[in-house]
Design a binder for this molecule. Structure first.
Ligand code: SF4
Length: 837
């Protein structure tokens, strides 16, 4: 799929929108990126993260070789010996303690082919279902909601429905930042059709509210009460689609009874009767309604019930299976949907088949020719790490994810990995908090190097293609897993030579026992792809009955037939209940967490882009002005946020976007990019009882300002350890890094301390102390007549100071010196230049 002028079609590495893009290498070696105008998910549009993908393919910090970290000095391994060590250790532990003593923790960043092979090895040949994905943190509650309502994990709609809808409701979704291209499609559709309405349901005022006709800033965790109120309103005002409900659904009465018992929805949600009536009337009287929901719904101890409360409203009026209407769970990760398709969650089998169905077990067992198929669900993510901490899981293989940063209660995850006898981590980045815990680390290919498929939120399968060669010894994840499987004695089932073979097998499994549409997920039209077809595969939206050579936009359930035993959809009776954690005198504030616009997950990739770092350069907490006043916090000041689990140090952003007594911290920063700024240190490991998805949106905390006396900016070509400082955060800039530092020490003490970190071997050092009493210290080291390092220390920094330091870095020294004159207006006490040896 390389065009004559060198463009290769592939897909974005980040969110579940799954934008198609084109990449080509410039003569300079840089990777050029542009949107793929022919891709039906984005039609050429990309967001800031997608556009900046070319910045992130640099090899800074790449993991280049398999390494054994068990000895005091890490030992580089060949692939043969690394995979042999893993195969031997897993086999020994399985023989001694049984298959449930090992586990896999995988990721929505994996390609479907990688996911398929890992799931096949774990469930089909090792014989345990202890494989779970970090998608557990993202959309497990939606999977439960879909399966309970539809009998299958089916996203019924396609993106086109967002454009076709007359009313789009965003629930717990900051689409503008988390799924920006979908938001762009929604915004354009609204501009083209002024009668189209948007309602945002979110405790926070987010950028998504910019196009909202109504913003319902409900109380945290009260969604079920809100949507039960909707169901009662629909029933009480004769808006029920009686024909649809009686012919096509089960348990409507029970759900309605439950909804009607919901007391005082206004009080529970904190919304006025007028707001509620307007929302309910709008929903009930509009034919085409799409309800988009995301982490604000899923990441909750009542996430599954929230999902079903939304679906109940759609079922009551038959609002699904038709153009422009339906509930829509948008996924966070690029291939969360692919993971669901192959079954790489601990409680699903494979290819949308289930453990509790003997027919499904027989189909998978026969298809894989497995003697040892796992027959029951395994441990979900949080339970898996609990079992590890208790010594029950003795070996884990973590692929393409960073649980030390992303799972709640980081301290417990640290202890679990310490307790675990054998930890294997495959990643493309060398230094993450999780690779630091590994016995064996394996270099996996990264985006732009790997090849396979991903499925986006609208069930569209797209090729992710190889664009660049892999550095060092990096290999595809499917290849690494297959090598280990072969050495464990399962070679006959894992002798794949190409990712296309794996895809064909995955497609063939989707057809087994499914010739009459018994299951939703079918790739029957893709089972005969040869290697060339696979290489040239255009985006395909499942179910794929025949190879799609044109764009297809299809909805499921248009035949009003569901995948339950009687083919009717299920209403689920749900009731509002309070989140598991409540505020108290000691922890009176509520912490919410989520994404910023320009960073992704734990920043291991987006953190490499200087332009992405400009949007939010340091970890921060949003605080309402009233709360800031109450706690004596100034805008821009560092604060400490504490929960019963730990503490987090972040910079205050005082804003009315959050409610009084509510805080919001982004999830991205961690101990690699800042000191003590990881929100997962604060978050309780409370989960939804059905989905196992942790609560990330409702943590009781308290707050206090940090009392620091001095600040510093340090620019460097290389990563430097500042852990002995009270606070530091690292920002990628052109040609290097900018460190933001704060300290309890005086300005002169901090200057003296940081001066030791300057590398003087590179020629000259310029130093300057200015202002009355030496309140500013500025140093530059120079290499090849350019600023090699810069250090600036003073009581506090302004945006101008930061910009000046960034601009100075890597500049010709003569220009940098001129800049000093312009920047520093105070009296220059001393300016000296020494030649260092
Ligand atoms: Fe990538 Fe998502 Fe942005 Fe599209 S919207 S370019 S998939 S991050």
């Amino acid at each position: 799929m390389r065009s004559n002028d060198g463009w290769i079609k592939t897909t974005c590495a980040y969110c579940g929108v799954g934008c198609g893009l084109e990449a080509r290498t410039k003569l300079s070696g840089e990777l050029e990126i542009r949107g793929d105008k022919s891709h039906p998910s984005n039609y050429g549009k990309l967001c800031t993260k997608g556009i900046a993908l070319g910045d992130t393919v640099i090899h800074d910090g790449r993991l280049l070789a398999p390494t054994d970290n068990r000895a005091p000095e890490a030992i580089e391994l060949s692939w043969d010996s690394a995979t042999q060590i893993i195969a031997d250790k897993f086999s020994q532990l399985i023989e001694k303690h049984g298959p449930d003593s090992v586990a896999f923790y995988v990721s929505g960043q994996l390609l479907t082919e990688d996911y398929y092979v890992a799931n096949k090895l774990c469930k089909g040949f090792i014989g345990t279902a202890n494989i779970d994905s970090n998608s557990r943190l993202c959309m497990a509650s939606s999977v439960v909601g879909h399966r309970r309502a539809f009998g299958s994990d089916t996203v019924p709609i396609c993106y086109e429905d967002i454009e076709e809808a007359e009313l789009v409701i965003l629930v717990g979704s900051n689409l503008a930042w988390c799924h920006p291209v979908l938001f762009q499609r929604l915004r354009s559709a609204k501009q083209n059709n002024p009668s189209k309405r948007v309602i945002v349901i979110d405790p926070r005022q987010t950028e998504s509210c910019d196009i909202a006709d109504q913003h319902l800033a409900l109380k945290s965790g009260s969604d079920v009460a809100l949507f039960n109120g909707l169901l009662s309103y629909i029933a009480g005002n004769d808006y029920i689609d009686e024909a649809f409900v009686s012919n096509t659904t089960n348990h409507a009465e029970q759900a309605l009874d439950s909804a009607q018992q919901e007391e005082d929805v206004a009080l529970v949600t904190g919304l006025s009767e007028t707001q509620l009536q307007r929302f309910y009337h709008d929903f009930a009287t509009t034919e085409k309604v799409v309800t988009i929901y995301s982490q604000g719904v899923n990441q909750s101890t009542t996430g599954s019930d929230k999902v079903n409360s939304i679906i109940n409203g759609h079922l009551a009026q038959g609002k699904l299976g038709k153009v422009g209407t339906g509930p829509f769970s948008v996924t966070g990760q690029p291939n969360a949907m692919g993971g669901r398709e192959v079954g790489a969650l601990a409680n699903t089998l494979a290819s949308h088949m289930e453990f509790d169905n003997p027919e499904h077990l027989a189909i998978v067992k026969n298809f894989w020719r497995s003697e040892n198929l796992a027959l029951r669900p395994g441990l979900k993510a949080v339970d898996m790490f609990d079992a590890m901490a208790q010594g029950k899981i003795k070996a884990i293989w973590i692929m393409a994810t960073n649980p030390m940063v992303s799972l709640p209660d980081s301290d417990k995850i640290r202890k679990a990995l310490h307790t675990c006898e054998f930890v294997v981590v495959s990643d493309c980045i060398a230094d993450t908090e999780t690779t630091r815990m590994a016995d064996i680390v394996l270099p996996a290919q990264g985006w732009s190097e790997k090849s396979g498929t991903v499925t986006n939120s609208e069930r569209r399968i797209s090729r992710q293609r190889r664009v660049l060669p892999s550095p060092g010894m990096a290999k595809p994840d499917w290849w690494i897993v297959s090598q280990v499987a072969q050495k464990m004695g399962f070679g006959h089932a894992f002798n794949y030579l190409h990712e296309g073979e794996i895809f064909r097998e995955h497609a063939a499994l989707s057809v087994e026992g499914n010739l009459n549409g018994e299951r939703d997920f079918s790739l029957i039209g893709l089972t005969d792809l040869d290697d060339q077809d696979y290489n040239q595969l255009l985006p395909q939206q499942w179910p794929v009955t025949a190879l799609q050579s044109q764009v297809v936009n299809q909805r499921l359930f248009s035949d009003q037939r569901f995948y339950t035993p009687n083919h009717k959809a299920n209403f689920i009776a749900v009731r509002h209940s309070l989140p598991q954690s409540a505020t108290s005198e000691a922890y009176p504030l509520l912490l919410n967490s989520g994404r910023t616009r320009d960073q992704w997950h734990t920043m291991s990739r987006t953190g490499l882009s200087a332009r992405l770092a400009e949007h939010k350069s340091q970890p921060y907490v949003q605080i309402h002005p009233q709360t800031a006043d109450q706690y004596g916090v100034r805008d821009g000041q560092l604060v400490e946020v504490r929960s019963t689990y730990g503490l987090c140090q972040v910079r205050a952003e005082v804003t009315r976007d959050v409610q009084p007594d509510h805080l919001f911290i982004p999830i991205h920063w961690n101990n690699i990019t800042a000191k003590g700024a990881k929100p997962c240190e604060l978050i309780a490991p409370s989960t939804d009882q059905v989905s196992g998805q942790p609560e990330f949106k409702h943590t009781p905390v308290n707050l206090q300002p940090c009392q620091y006396q001095s600040t510093a900016l340090f620019t460097s070509r290389h990563v430097i350890n500042f852990d002995d400082c009270d606070y530091w955060a690292r920002q990628k800039i052109e040609h290097g890094y900018l460190y933001h530092i704060e300290s309890k020490r005086s300005v002169s003490e901090l200057a003296l301390e940081l001066k030791q970190r300057l590398i003087y071997q590179h020629g000259r050092v310029f130093s300057m102390e200015s202002g009355a009493g030496g309140i500013r210290y500025h140093y530059m080291t120079v290499k090849n007549d350019k600023v090699f390092q810069g250090l600036y220390v003073q009581p506090s920094m302004t945006e101008d100071d930061i910009e000046w330091m960034v601009n100075n870095f890597n500049q010709e020294i003569s220009e940098a010196m001129a800049g000093i004159d312009n920047h520093v207006h105070s009296t220059v006490k001393r300016l000296s230049s020494k030649t260092m040896s």
